[in-house]
Design a protein around this ligand. Sequence first.
Ligand SMILES: [Zn+2]
Length: 447
Amino acid sequence: MSETLPGDDADLIIRGGRIHTLDPAVGTVTALAVRDGVIMAHDAAAEALGAREVVELDGRTAIPGINDAHLHGAWLGARWPHLFFSDTAPEDQPSGTLVTTAGERRSALRRAWRLLAELGITSYTEPGVGPGEDAGETGCFGTDMLDTYCELHREGAQTSRVTLLRLFGTIDGESTLDDFERGILTPPPATDRRWLAIPGVKIFADGIPPLATAWVEEPYADGTTGALLTRGGTDPLSAFQRMVELAATRGMQIAVHATGDRSIAEFLAVLERLRDAPSPAGPHYVVHGDLATPEQIARMREVDAGFAVQPLIAAHTHSWAAVQLGEARLAAAWPLAEMLTSGTLTTVTSDAPIASPDWRRGLDAALALLTDAGVVDDAETRGRLLRTMTVDAARQDGASTWKGSLAVGKVADLTVLEEDPLTPGRTFSSLGVAMTVVDGRTVFSRD
Ligand SMILES: [Zn+2]
Protein backbone atom coordinates (compact mmCIF):
# COMPACT_ATOMS: atom_id res chain seq x y z
CA MET A 1 0.00 0.00 0.00
CA SER A 2 1.39 3.38 -0.99
CA GLU A 3 0.04 6.47 0.66
CA THR A 4 1.00 10.10 0.29
CA LEU A 5 0.05 13.42 1.84
CA PRO A 6 -0.90 16.21 -0.59
CA GLY A 7 1.87 18.67 -1.53
CA ASP A 8 5.13 18.89 -3.40
CA ASP A 9 8.63 18.03 -2.32
CA ALA A 10 9.97 16.33 0.78
CA ASP A 11 12.54 17.65 3.24
CA LEU A 12 14.03 14.18 3.62
CA ILE A 13 13.79 10.84 1.82
CA ILE A 14 15.12 7.64 3.37
CA ARG A 15 15.49 4.73 0.96
CA GLY A 16 17.44 1.69 -0.09
CA GLY A 17 16.83 -0.68 2.82
CA ARG A 18 14.15 -2.21 5.00
CA ILE A 19 11.92 0.15 6.96
CA HIS A 20 9.83 -1.70 9.55
CA THR A 21 6.97 0.74 10.12
CA LEU A 22 5.50 -1.44 12.92
CA ASP A 23 2.10 -0.36 11.63
CA PRO A 24 0.30 -3.66 10.88
CA ALA A 25 -1.61 -2.09 7.99
CA VAL A 26 1.62 -0.98 6.28
CA GLY A 27 4.26 -3.53 7.32
CA THR A 28 7.73 -3.11 5.88
CA VAL A 29 8.48 -0.49 3.20
CA THR A 30 11.62 0.41 1.24
CA ALA A 31 11.40 4.20 1.30
CA LEU A 32 9.75 7.01 3.20
CA ALA A 33 9.51 10.74 2.71
CA VAL A 34 9.33 13.41 5.43
CA ARG A 35 8.09 16.98 5.34
CA ASP A 36 7.86 19.37 8.31
CA GLY A 37 8.87 16.56 10.64
CA VAL A 38 6.00 14.31 9.52
CA ILE A 39 6.06 11.17 7.35
CA MET A 40 4.28 12.08 4.11
CA ALA A 41 4.71 9.03 1.84
CA HIS A 42 6.05 5.48 1.55
CA ASP A 43 7.63 3.37 -1.18
CA ALA A 44 7.18 4.49 -4.82
CA ALA A 45 5.18 7.56 -3.80
CA ALA A 46 8.09 8.64 -1.59
CA GLU A 47 10.74 7.88 -4.21
CA ALA A 48 8.83 9.93 -6.79
CA LEU A 49 9.24 13.12 -4.73
CA GLY A 50 12.10 15.57 -4.87
CA ALA A 51 13.93 16.08 -1.58
CA ARG A 52 16.44 18.48 -0.02
CA GLU A 53 18.18 15.55 1.68
CA VAL A 54 18.37 11.86 0.82
CA VAL A 55 19.57 9.18 3.22
CA GLU A 56 20.64 5.95 1.54
CA LEU A 57 20.13 3.03 3.91
CA ASP A 58 22.52 0.86 1.87
CA GLY A 59 20.84 -2.27 3.14
CA ARG A 60 20.50 -1.06 6.71
CA THR A 61 17.18 -1.18 8.59
CA ALA A 62 15.05 1.65 9.97
CA ILE A 63 12.57 1.25 12.82
CA PRO A 64 10.45 3.77 14.75
CA GLY A 65 12.53 5.74 17.29
CA ILE A 66 12.91 3.92 20.60
CA ASN A 67 10.72 5.23 23.44
CA ASP A 68 11.94 4.25 26.91
CA ALA A 69 8.77 4.59 28.94
CA HIS A 70 10.56 4.74 32.32
CA LEU A 71 13.97 6.43 32.40
CA HIS A 72 15.25 9.04 34.87
CA GLY A 73 16.84 11.39 32.33
CA ALA A 74 18.15 14.06 34.72
CA TRP A 75 19.59 11.51 37.14
CA LEU A 76 21.10 9.51 34.28
CA GLY A 77 22.78 12.62 32.86
CA ALA A 78 24.08 13.63 36.29
CA ARG A 79 25.50 10.18 37.05
CA TRP A 80 26.69 9.08 33.61
CA PRO A 81 28.69 6.88 33.02
CA HIS A 82 27.96 5.39 36.46
CA LEU A 83 24.94 3.10 36.63
CA PHE A 84 23.77 1.19 39.71
CA PHE A 85 24.10 -2.16 37.97
CA SER A 86 27.43 -1.80 36.22
CA ASP A 87 31.15 -2.28 36.57
CA THR A 88 31.41 0.86 38.71
CA ALA A 89 32.84 -0.21 42.06
CA PRO A 90 30.72 0.77 45.09
CA GLU A 91 33.37 3.27 46.26
CA ASP A 92 33.32 4.95 42.84
CA GLN A 93 29.53 5.36 42.74
CA PRO A 94 28.53 9.05 42.73
CA SER A 95 26.85 10.02 46.00
CA GLY A 96 25.39 13.05 47.73
CA THR A 97 24.39 16.12 45.72
CA LEU A 98 25.06 15.59 42.02
CA VAL A 99 23.76 18.89 40.65
CA THR A 100 23.38 22.23 42.44
CA THR A 101 23.40 25.08 39.92
CA ALA A 102 21.19 25.80 36.92
CA GLY A 103 24.24 25.22 34.71
CA GLU A 104 24.80 21.77 36.20
CA ARG A 105 21.15 20.86 35.74
CA ARG A 106 21.23 21.98 32.11
CA SER A 107 24.42 20.00 31.50
CA ALA A 108 22.91 16.88 33.07
CA LEU A 109 19.89 17.00 30.75
CA ARG A 110 21.99 17.79 27.68
CA ARG A 111 24.36 14.92 28.51
CA ALA A 112 21.41 12.54 28.83
CA TRP A 113 19.92 13.71 25.53
CA ARG A 114 23.24 13.25 23.69
CA LEU A 115 23.57 9.75 25.10
CA LEU A 116 19.98 8.83 24.23
CA ALA A 117 20.42 10.11 20.67
CA GLU A 118 23.52 7.90 20.31
CA LEU A 119 21.46 4.93 21.48
CA GLY A 120 18.60 5.56 19.05
CA ILE A 121 16.18 6.70 21.77
CA THR A 122 13.85 9.47 20.64
CA SER A 123 11.31 9.64 23.51
CA TYR A 124 11.27 8.77 27.19
CA THR A 125 9.19 9.17 30.33
CA GLU A 126 10.87 11.08 33.17
CA PRO A 127 9.01 9.37 36.02
CA GLY A 128 8.82 11.73 38.94
CA VAL A 129 10.09 15.29 39.28
CA GLY A 130 8.54 17.83 41.63
CA PRO A 131 8.37 19.52 45.01
CA GLY A 132 8.48 16.25 46.96
CA GLU A 133 12.20 16.13 46.17
CA ASP A 134 13.06 19.82 46.72
CA ALA A 135 15.15 18.79 49.72
CA GLY A 136 16.30 15.60 47.99
CA GLU A 137 19.88 14.48 48.24
CA THR A 138 20.81 14.28 44.55
CA GLY A 139 19.28 17.53 43.27
CA CYS A 140 17.97 15.57 40.27
CA PHE A 141 14.25 15.34 41.04
CA GLY A 142 13.11 18.65 42.56
CA THR A 143 11.16 21.65 41.25
CA ASP A 144 14.42 23.23 40.03
CA MET A 145 14.88 20.30 37.66
CA LEU A 146 11.32 20.68 36.40
CA ASP A 147 12.11 24.35 35.75
CA THR A 148 15.28 23.37 33.87
CA TYR A 149 13.28 20.96 31.71
CA CYS A 150 10.84 23.77 30.90
CA GLU A 151 13.66 26.22 30.17
CA LEU A 152 15.44 23.92 27.70
CA HIS A 153 12.05 23.00 26.24
CA ARG A 154 11.26 26.66 25.54
CA GLU A 155 14.71 27.10 23.97
CA GLY A 156 13.99 24.25 21.56
CA ALA A 157 17.07 22.42 22.87
CA GLN A 158 15.46 18.98 23.17
CA THR A 159 16.57 16.09 21.01
CA SER A 160 14.33 13.66 22.91
CA ARG A 161 10.60 13.99 23.41
CA VAL A 162 9.74 13.78 27.10
CA THR A 163 6.67 12.74 29.06
CA LEU A 164 7.16 13.95 32.63
CA LEU A 165 5.21 12.82 35.68
CA ARG A 166 5.06 15.13 38.66
CA LEU A 167 6.18 13.90 42.08
CA PHE A 168 4.67 15.14 45.34
CA GLY A 169 6.54 12.81 47.68
CA THR A 170 10.08 11.52 47.84
CA ILE A 171 11.61 9.35 45.13
CA ASP A 172 11.60 5.70 46.22
CA GLY A 173 10.19 6.82 49.55
CA GLU A 174 7.24 8.15 51.50
CA SER A 175 4.62 10.69 50.50
CA THR A 176 1.83 12.30 52.49
CA LEU A 177 -1.75 12.81 51.43
CA ASP A 178 -1.57 16.51 52.38
CA ASP A 179 1.46 17.19 50.17
CA PHE A 180 -0.08 15.20 47.35
CA GLU A 181 -3.40 17.01 47.47
CA ARG A 182 -1.74 20.43 47.69
CA GLY A 183 0.56 19.46 44.81
CA ILE A 184 -1.98 18.28 42.30
CA LEU A 185 -4.01 21.46 42.82
CA THR A 186 -1.10 23.45 41.36
CA PRO A 187 -1.36 23.48 37.57
CA PRO A 188 1.55 21.96 35.61
CA PRO A 189 3.58 24.41 33.48
CA ALA A 190 2.21 25.12 30.00
CA THR A 191 4.25 23.26 27.36
CA ASP A 192 4.04 21.90 23.82
CA ARG A 193 2.97 18.36 24.65
CA ARG A 194 4.66 16.92 21.57
CA TRP A 195 8.02 17.73 23.19
CA LEU A 196 7.35 18.00 26.91
CA ALA A 197 4.07 16.48 28.06
CA ILE A 198 3.16 16.66 31.76
CA PRO A 199 0.05 14.47 31.89
CA GLY A 200 0.04 13.19 35.44
CA VAL A 201 1.68 11.95 38.59
CA LYS A 202 3.94 9.27 40.02
CA ILE A 203 3.05 7.58 43.33
CA PHE A 204 5.35 5.23 45.25
CA ALA A 205 3.28 2.42 46.76
CA ASP A 206 6.05 0.09 47.92
CA GLY A 207 9.70 -0.97 47.59
CA ILE A 208 11.33 -3.97 45.88
CA PRO A 209 11.25 -7.77 46.46
CA PRO A 210 15.01 -8.27 47.09
CA LEU A 211 14.83 -5.89 50.06
CA ALA A 212 11.55 -7.46 51.25
CA THR A 213 9.92 -4.02 50.90
CA ALA A 214 7.47 -4.94 48.11
CA TRP A 215 4.01 -5.25 49.73
CA VAL A 216 3.04 -8.92 49.31
CA GLU A 217 0.17 -11.21 50.29
CA GLU A 218 2.34 -14.17 51.29
CA PRO A 219 5.15 -13.42 53.79
CA TYR A 220 8.81 -13.39 52.77
CA ALA A 221 11.36 -15.88 54.08
CA ASP A 222 11.91 -13.56 57.06
CA GLY A 223 8.17 -13.53 57.92
CA THR A 224 7.53 -9.90 56.94
CA THR A 225 5.20 -8.71 54.13
CA GLY A 226 6.45 -5.24 53.23
CA ALA A 227 4.11 -2.25 53.51
CA LEU A 228 2.73 0.82 51.76
CA LEU A 229 4.85 4.00 51.64
CA THR A 230 1.89 6.39 51.63
CA ARG A 231 1.08 8.39 54.77
CA GLY A 232 -1.84 10.50 56.06
CA GLY A 233 -5.57 9.81 56.10
CA THR A 234 -6.63 7.25 58.66
CA ASP A 235 -3.93 4.75 57.60
CA PRO A 236 -1.46 4.16 54.73
CA LEU A 237 -4.06 2.32 52.63
CA SER A 238 -6.70 5.04 52.90
CA ALA A 239 -4.00 7.62 52.00
CA PHE A 240 -3.01 5.61 48.93
CA GLN A 241 -6.61 5.11 47.80
CA ARG A 242 -7.35 8.82 48.24
CA MET A 243 -4.27 9.84 46.23
CA VAL A 244 -5.28 7.65 43.30
CA GLU A 245 -8.84 8.90 43.53
CA LEU A 246 -7.83 12.58 43.65
CA ALA A 247 -5.63 12.29 40.57
CA ALA A 248 -7.95 9.99 38.59
CA THR A 249 -11.04 12.14 39.08
CA ARG A 250 -9.05 15.09 37.70
CA GLY A 251 -8.18 13.16 34.54
CA MET A 252 -4.50 12.86 35.42
CA GLN A 253 -2.42 9.90 34.32
CA ILE A 254 -1.22 7.85 37.31
CA ALA A 255 1.91 5.70 37.41
CA VAL A 256 2.23 3.70 40.61
CA HIS A 257 5.53 2.14 41.66
CA ALA A 258 4.18 -1.25 42.75
CA THR A 259 6.24 -4.43 42.77
CA GLY A 260 4.29 -6.57 45.26
CA ASP A 261 1.04 -8.38 44.46
CA ARG A 262 -0.70 -6.67 47.39
CA SER A 263 0.10 -3.12 46.19
CA ILE A 264 -0.97 -4.03 42.66
CA ALA A 265 -4.24 -5.45 44.06
CA GLU A 266 -5.01 -2.21 45.92
CA PHE A 267 -4.25 -0.03 42.86
CA LEU A 268 -6.48 -2.25 40.72
CA ALA A 269 -9.29 -2.10 43.26
CA VAL A 270 -9.35 1.71 43.12
CA LEU A 271 -9.18 1.76 39.31
CA GLU A 272 -12.07 -0.71 39.12
CA ARG A 273 -14.11 1.48 41.43
CA LEU A 274 -13.32 4.56 39.33
CA ARG A 275 -14.26 3.16 35.92
CA ASP A 276 -16.38 6.25 35.27
CA ALA A 277 -13.60 8.75 36.03
CA PRO A 278 -12.62 11.00 33.10
CA SER A 279 -10.17 9.36 30.65
CA PRO A 280 -6.61 10.35 31.43
CA ALA A 281 -4.30 11.73 28.70
CA GLY A 282 -2.53 8.36 28.76
CA PRO A 283 -3.53 5.11 30.50
CA HIS A 284 -2.74 4.54 34.17
CA TYR A 285 -0.03 1.97 34.80
CA VAL A 286 1.98 0.00 37.29
CA VAL A 287 5.72 0.62 37.24
CA HIS A 288 7.68 -2.64 37.78
CA GLY A 289 4.86 -5.13 38.53
CA ASP A 290 7.46 -7.79 39.45
CA LEU A 291 5.01 -10.02 41.33
CA ALA A 292 1.83 -9.35 39.32
CA THR A 293 -0.39 -12.42 39.10
CA PRO A 294 -1.99 -13.65 35.83
CA GLU A 295 -5.39 -12.66 37.22
CA GLN A 296 -4.19 -9.12 37.99
CA ILE A 297 -2.65 -8.79 34.53
CA ALA A 298 -6.01 -9.68 32.93
CA ARG A 299 -7.94 -7.30 35.20
CA MET A 300 -5.50 -4.52 34.38
CA ARG A 301 -6.45 -4.85 30.72
CA GLU A 302 -10.14 -4.65 31.64
CA VAL A 303 -9.62 -1.21 33.20
CA ASP A 304 -7.45 -0.11 30.25
CA ALA A 305 -4.34 0.16 32.41
CA GLY A 306 -0.91 -1.33 31.88
CA PHE A 307 2.58 -2.15 33.09
CA ALA A 308 6.02 -0.56 32.57
CA VAL A 309 8.52 -3.36 33.27
CA GLN A 310 12.34 -3.69 33.43
CA PRO A 311 13.63 -7.12 32.30
CA LEU A 312 17.25 -6.03 32.65
CA ILE A 313 16.72 -5.19 36.33
CA ALA A 314 15.05 -8.59 36.70
CA ALA A 315 18.19 -10.22 35.29
CA HIS A 316 20.43 -8.23 37.65
CA THR A 317 18.36 -8.94 40.80
CA HIS A 318 17.11 -12.47 40.11
CA SER A 319 19.37 -14.37 42.51
CA TRP A 320 19.22 -11.55 45.08
CA ALA A 321 15.39 -11.80 45.15
CA ALA A 322 15.54 -15.59 45.42
CA VAL A 323 16.56 -15.40 49.09
CA GLN A 324 13.37 -13.57 50.07
CA LEU A 325 10.92 -15.08 47.58
CA GLY A 326 11.81 -18.78 47.43
CA GLU A 327 11.94 -20.86 44.25
CA ALA A 328 8.21 -21.15 43.47
CA ARG A 329 7.46 -17.43 43.70
CA LEU A 330 10.69 -16.58 41.93
CA ALA A 331 9.66 -18.74 38.98
CA ALA A 332 6.41 -16.76 38.67
CA ALA A 333 8.07 -13.34 39.09
CA TRP A 334 8.53 -10.88 36.17
CA PRO A 335 5.67 -12.44 34.14
CA LEU A 336 6.53 -10.74 30.83
CA ALA A 337 5.22 -13.58 28.65
CA GLU A 338 1.88 -13.46 30.48
CA MET A 339 1.71 -9.68 30.05
CA LEU A 340 2.40 -9.81 26.32
CA THR A 341 -0.01 -12.65 25.53
CA SER A 342 -2.78 -11.12 27.67
CA GLY A 343 -3.00 -8.05 25.46
CA THR A 344 -2.49 -5.81 28.50
CA LEU A 345 -0.53 -2.67 27.64
CA THR A 346 3.10 -3.47 28.49
CA THR A 347 6.20 -1.36 27.93
CA VAL A 348 9.77 -2.63 28.31
CA THR A 349 11.80 0.10 29.97
CA SER A 350 15.26 0.57 31.54
CA ASP A 351 14.73 2.58 34.73
CA ALA A 352 18.18 4.02 33.92
CA PRO A 353 20.43 4.90 35.69
CA ILE A 354 19.45 1.86 37.80
CA ALA A 355 20.11 -0.39 34.77
CA SER A 356 21.73 0.53 31.47
CA PRO A 357 19.77 2.89 29.21
CA ASP A 358 20.85 0.68 26.30
CA TRP A 359 17.48 -0.62 25.07
CA ARG A 360 19.23 -3.40 23.15
CA ARG A 361 20.37 -4.96 26.43
CA GLY A 362 16.86 -4.51 27.83
CA LEU A 363 15.35 -6.35 24.87
CA ASP A 364 17.91 -9.17 25.18
CA ALA A 365 16.85 -9.58 28.82
CA ALA A 366 13.19 -9.46 27.73
CA LEU A 367 13.82 -12.08 25.06
CA ALA A 368 15.48 -14.32 27.68
CA LEU A 369 12.40 -14.01 29.94
CA LEU A 370 10.20 -15.01 26.99
CA THR A 371 12.29 -17.95 25.77
CA ASP A 372 12.54 -19.20 29.38
CA ALA A 373 8.71 -19.22 29.32
CA GLY A 374 8.70 -21.32 26.14
CA VAL A 375 8.21 -18.52 23.59
CA VAL A 376 10.06 -19.06 20.29
CA ASP A 377 12.70 -16.54 19.20
CA ASP A 378 11.42 -15.59 15.76
CA ALA A 379 10.66 -12.44 13.76
CA GLU A 380 7.19 -12.22 15.28
CA THR A 381 8.49 -12.35 18.87
CA ARG A 382 11.16 -9.77 18.06
CA GLY A 383 8.59 -7.52 16.41
CA ARG A 384 6.38 -7.88 19.48
CA LEU A 385 9.29 -6.82 21.71
CA LEU A 386 10.13 -3.83 19.51
CA ARG A 387 6.51 -2.73 19.79
CA THR A 388 6.83 -2.53 23.59
CA MET A 389 9.43 0.23 23.08
CA THR A 390 7.70 2.05 20.22
CA VAL A 391 4.01 1.53 19.51
CA ASP A 392 3.06 0.50 23.06
CA ALA A 393 5.22 3.18 24.67
CA ALA A 394 3.43 5.77 22.51
CA ARG A 395 0.15 4.35 23.77
CA GLN A 396 1.36 4.75 27.35
CA ASP A 397 2.15 8.38 26.44
CA GLY A 398 -1.40 8.83 25.11
CA ALA A 399 0.32 9.69 21.82
CA SER A 400 -0.70 6.80 19.54
CA THR A 401 -2.29 9.12 17.02
CA TRP A 402 0.98 10.88 16.20
CA LYS A 403 4.00 8.78 17.20
CA GLY A 404 5.17 5.20 17.82
CA SER A 405 5.04 3.80 14.28
CA LEU A 406 6.26 5.00 10.88
CA ALA A 407 2.78 5.35 9.33
CA VAL A 408 2.04 8.27 7.02
CA GLY A 409 0.95 11.28 9.09
CA LYS A 410 3.06 10.37 12.14
CA VAL A 411 6.18 12.22 13.26
CA ALA A 412 9.47 11.18 11.67
CA ASP A 413 11.19 9.81 14.78
CA LEU A 414 13.29 6.85 13.69
CA THR A 415 16.38 4.81 14.35
CA VAL A 416 18.59 3.32 11.65
CA LEU A 417 20.28 0.05 12.63
CA GLU A 418 23.20 -1.63 10.86
CA GLU A 419 21.33 -4.97 10.86
CA ASP A 420 17.73 -6.13 10.85
CA PRO A 421 16.50 -6.48 14.47
CA LEU A 422 13.81 -8.97 13.42
CA THR A 423 16.35 -11.60 12.31
CA PRO A 424 16.36 -14.33 14.97
CA GLY A 425 19.49 -15.93 16.39
CA ARG A 426 21.52 -12.84 17.23
CA THR A 427 21.41 -10.57 20.22
CA PHE A 428 19.80 -7.15 20.05
CA SER A 429 23.01 -5.90 21.70
CA SER A 430 24.97 -6.77 18.57
CA LEU A 431 22.91 -4.36 16.45
CA GLY A 432 24.77 -1.16 15.63
CA VAL A 433 22.92 2.16 15.85
CA ALA A 434 23.81 4.09 12.68
CA MET A 435 21.56 7.11 12.89
CA THR A 436 18.82 8.71 14.98
CA VAL A 437 16.21 11.07 13.54
CA VAL A 438 13.79 13.09 15.66
CA ASP A 439 11.04 15.17 14.06
CA GLY A 440 12.74 14.69 10.69
CA ARG A 441 16.05 16.06 11.98
CA THR A 442 19.21 13.95 12.33
CA VAL A 443 20.27 14.11 15.99
CA PHE A 444 22.92 11.38 15.75
CA SER A 445 24.90 9.87 12.91
CA ARG A 446 27.66 7.25 13.31
CA ASP A 447 29.59 8.75 10.35
ZN1 LIG B 1 12.39 4.42 38.36
